[in-house]
Design a protein around this ligand. Structure first.
Ligand SMILES: Cc1cc2nc3c(=O)[nH]c(=O)nc-3n(C[C@H](O)[C@H](O)[C@H](O)COP(=O)(O)OP(=O)(O)OC[C@H]3O[C@@H](n4cnc5c(N)ncnc54)[C@H](O)[C@@H]3O)c2cc1C
Length: 368
């Protein structure tokens, strides 16, 4: 059955009032200093005593010492609300995506971005995971930072590529111990040139395997998964991709966040096909405000999203003027979001590329 809130309506141009910008935050007690556990050390998780974990007894369950965990000296660990509960409130949710910076300068920049974005009160923020790369520990560190310093509900991403089941379990366990209850469960992209046999270990081949593993370990985790309005680049057909998306939902995912797209019709068609295929969970549109032609061409060539000719012509007409292109990008995203919300989308997820300005401009535009 097609979800009426997300059905494609004929009156695409009609508008409904945008949900007001939230300015208040639920305060959460800061949970202490971040320290890196010895990556080589193994052992059993420490016990909770009166809600405060004794870190002298806690050492990483991270297998083979390849995952560095960042744990707090004294964690208050009030668990986050599952995002599925927020969807149940039937209002459009706003979420933002960060990527983990590579160095301390980047961490400080992210901290400043997060401080600026606090005033728009996102319902949750997500932090990407460098599949097979070097930023994996940073995802845990940034999740902790955004949760503890800024009281955001965080959703770290977790990819299976290059990990064993024990490694994925260890990362999830770290998040869980910190009170995180939402994870974006992904397969991840194959590292360049890496043959599939070495990229996927231990039977974790697909996003659905990650969902099943995490649900087995922590049934109360709320899991998001990725969906592709213009098909995943590797999928032989749209139909096959939908069958595989349904596998992720059937394994326990609570919602889908889409790959970025610039033409809302792609999203509407996707939602309709998902509903027809029996996928009933919220499908959150992923939106990225364009910053430059070079940037958007590179990203779309990687993820397979198409660029409408009208958008390309506008960017080209702006020439070599980044501020005008940024304004165009925000305007395009604003038009997309207004239309999506008016047509019953359950919210929107902004790929902000660690920049505050476009998200703040969008929030201001949507408040008008
Ligand atoms: C919202 C979002 C967030 C993302 N975050 C990150 C991130 O933090 N880090 C990162 O590295 N990448 C991220 N990505 C990119 C993502 O990792 C890639 O798109 C990756 O190639 C697929 O991951 P997946 O979990 O969707 O894979 P899957 O759902 O496993 O799908 C991958 C391919 O396998 C096919 N497939 C799935 N199951 C089966 C099956 N049982 N049999 C046969 N074929 C099957 C699918 O049709 C698809 O073609 C993100 C993407 C999105 C949309």
């Amino acid at each position: 059955m097609i979800d009426r809130r997300q059905s494609v309506r004929a009156d695409v141009g009609r508008r409904s009032p945008e949900a007001p910008v939230r300015t208040t935050l639920s305060p959460r007690k800061p949970s202490g200093i971040l320290v890196a556990a010895n990556p080589g050390e193994r052992g059993k998780p420490g016990t909770q005593r009166g809600g405060v974990r004794d870190d002298r007894r806690w050492r990483s369950a991270a297998a083979e010492g390849r995952i560095i965990e960042f744990v707090s000296a004294a964690t208050s660990s009030q668990p986050d609300r599952p995002i599925s509960e927020l969807f149940a409130e039937k209002r459009p949710l706003r979420s933002l995506e960060f990527y983990p910076p590579k160095d301390e300068v980047g961490v400080e920049a992210l901290r400043q971005t997060a401080a600026a974005l606090r005033r728009i009160g996102p319902d949750f923020v997500s932090i990407t995971y460098g599949a097979g790369g070097s930023t994996q520990a940073r995802t845990a560190q940034m999740s902790a930072l955004l949760r503890d310093e800024f009281a955001f509900t965080v959703m770290p991403h977790l990819t299976a590529v290059s990990h064993t089941r024990a490694e994925v379990a260890a990362v999830a366990h770290t998040h869980y111990e910190r009170g995180i209850r939402n994870i974006m469960a992904l397969r991840g992209d194959l590292p360049n040139g890496s043959p599939a046999a070495t990229a996927f270990k231990d039977g974790l081949h697909y996003g659905s395997d990650v969902v099943a593993l995490l649900k087995e370990l922590h049934p109360d985790l709320c899991l998001g998964v990725a969906g592709y309005p213009e098909k995943h680049p590797e999928a032989p057909s749209f139909e096959a991709d939908l069958v595989n998306l349904k596998r992720k939902v059937d394994a326990g995912a609570s919602f889908v966040t889409t790959q970025l797209f610039f033409d809302n019709e792609a999203y509407y068609r996707f939602v309709e096909r998902c509903r027809a295929a029996g996928i009933g969970v919220p499908i959150v549109p992923g939106i990225m405000p364009v910053l430059s032609l070079k940037q958007v061409t590179r990203i779309t060539s990687m993820c397979g999203a198409s660029l409408p000719g009208r958008l390309i012509r506008r960017i080209e007409a702006a020439g070599d003027q980044p501020e005008i292109i940024e304004a165009l990008g925000v305007d395009w995203a604003l038009t997309q979001i207004r239309d999506l919300i008016a047509n019953g989308a359950p919210g929107y997820h902004l790929y902000i590329l660690n920049r505050a300005r476009s998200a703040l401009t969008l929030a201001a535009g949507l408040a008008a």
